[in-house]
Design a protein around this ligand. Structure first.
Ligand code: FAD
Ligand code: NAP
Length: 219
């Protein structure tokens, strides 16, 4: 949780940590909801302002909640990319998986900027770049304006287009593990899609083939 001290009580919201496990700072990637109780204020903070940060992190998007596999798919929409920014900067991910496919879906191309910059940072990083070379693939798709790749993630998976476009083998339960974060309806659609293909949902203490985290609560 992060938030701001306000009267009569603080406003706190769930956030994903986007910084790497080894960073000595915390990075967050936030939406700006124009009339949102927190983000209408948070977007105006300046250097030196204080924010509240909860001391007890929780969540299911952990590699330890996944069975062994050789390909890892990180499927996000919008700010759902935030936890993957952290995972993509974790060297262990490239030691554990032969292929890591990061997918970000947004309404407009401009909203891909954060995900694209994280991928560029990893690829150009002194140590991570070498580990990720030949392993890290990035697929960005846009739904509400023309773009190189277009369409919603579940449709791109269901039709086989995502793997075709990346020139990789189709999804395969024997090799593939999946992490999902984003729009709640997208998560419901993908949970159905993967469960229908025999993938088991993982949780703490019960590793599975895919894990899920919401990027926001629906109003
Ligand atoms: C587990 C979890 C992790 C989260 N991680 C992040 C994160 O890393 N970055 C982030 O920006 N938000 C994240 N959120 C959402 C965050 O908690 C707040 O909802 C968001 O900061 C807006 O707060 P608010 O008070 O301004 O508006 P709220 O009253 O909380 O939200 C108003 C409405 O805006 C929409 N909305 C809110 N957040 C988002 C979003 N992120 N993307 C799209 N639509 C949204 C929803 O329709 C929501 O009902 C997360 C939520 C959960 C449950
Ligand atoms: N001010 C800001 O900074 C800012 C920025 C972005 C958004 N917003 C506002 O915040 C709200 C949320 O917008 P958002 O774009 O971040 O999140 P979103 O509505 O969840 O959209 C993100 C992506 O998820 C896709 N999606 C939605 N439902 C899906 C489903 N069932 N299956 C697969 N994909 C699905 C969307 O495709 P579709 O286009 O096909 O729905 C879009 O490409 C909106 O009200 C928006 O106007 C504000």
């Amino acid at each position: 949780m992060i938030g701001l001290e306000t009267e009569p009580r603080p406003i706190l919201r769930a956030y994903s940590m986007a910084s790497a496990v080894y960073d000595d700072w915390l990075e967050f990637f936030s939406i700006k909801v124009p009339d949102g109780p927190l983000t209408s204020k948070l977007q105006h903070i300046v250097v030196g302002d204080e924010i509240l940060v909860g001391a007890k992190p929780t969540g299911t998007l952990l590699a330890s909640n996944l069975q062994p596999g050789s390909r890892l798919f990180l499927l996000a929409t919008g700010t759902g990319f935030a936890p993957f920014a952290s995972i993509l900067r974790d060297p262990e991910i490239y030691e554990r998986f032969d292929t890591v496919v990061a997918v970000e879906g947004c309404r407009q191309a401009a909203e891909l900027a954060y995900a694209t910059s994280v991928i560029e940072d990893v690829r150009s990083h002194e140590f991570l770049g070498e580990l990720a070379a030949g392993k890290l693939l990035y697929y960005a798709t846009v739904t509400r304006e023309p773009y190189y790749h277009q369409g919603r993630i579940p449709d791109l998976i269901d039709s086989g287009k995502l793997c075709d476009d990346l020139s990789i083998a189709p999804f395969n339960l024997a090799t593939d593990r999946v992490m999902l974060c984003g729009n709640p309806q997208m998560l419901a659609d993908l949970r159905k899609l993967f469960a229908g293909r025999g993938y088991a949902e993982g949780s703490s203490g019960k590793p599975g083939d895919f894990v899920i985290e919401k990027a926001f609560a629906e109003r």
